[in-house]
Design a protein around this ligand. Sequence first.
Ligand code: HEM
Ligand code: HEM
Length: 185
Amino acid sequence: MHELDHYIYPHRVLHWLVAGAVLVSLATGLTLGTLGFERTAEMVGSATTNVMYTTHKTMGVLILLLMTLRILTRLAFVVPDHDPPLNLFERILSTSVHHLLYLALVLMPLLGWAATATGGYPVEFFVWHLPGLVGRHPELSSTLFAWHGFLGWAIVVLLVLHLLGALYHWRIKRDGVMTRMSLFD
Ligand code: HEM
Ligand code: HEM
């Protein structure tokens, strides 16, 4: 198939790396956010709970890095035309969901970072501790964590719409949309 039927290869790799990291962030974030440290530690032990926090923060910071690269590859290279073309409704809906996902996936790590640092907790990235960049401020931290939680649910809704869109193109319309992001064909 002609290369312009696809996003350029690095952009496709970034899509799937971000997809994996988002799923891990949501799974660990929602578990820790719903149960909190104590109840999670009662269920899986405090060592595993700490690993979950570190994993969550590491994936979040990684998403920020990958999204920065992804915005560059999206702006620098041609986006393939849809063949057959999308109708107006499909175009507006898919573009809105994609743009909101971009926005949410840049804001979310920044909020998580700021909430963590203002709460006086370490901003962990694999084995390193990154600079907090903002001073300790527990009240601000609770507000930022509340927004982090709301935005988490907004991402879940956007992802469900995105997955329904992907399924619709793959199983019902059976057009080439899935191929545009595929690593293998
Ligand atoms: C199993 C999960 C997923 C499937 C099957 C899937 C499938 C696709 C497909 C087929 C496209 C191409 C759409 C087009 O050409 O118009 C696409 C684009 C896109 N996907 Fe996904 N996706 C998945 C997960 C995710 C996740 C987790 C995210 C981010 C949170 C995401 C964000 C995007 C964005 C922003 C685009 C727009 C194209 C771009 O600029 O990268 N996707 N996806
Ligand atoms: C796109 C990236 C991210 C996603 C999708 C995400 C998602 C979430 C979600 C859904 C929650 C649960 C909120 C709640 O129910 O109250 C959460 C909690 C949390 N997130 Fe994130 N997050 C991301 C990035 C980050 C980053 C970069 C950090 C810090 C460096 C971070 C630190 C935290 C912490 C400390 C919690 C609180 C857990 C608790 O209440 O005990 N997150 N995150």
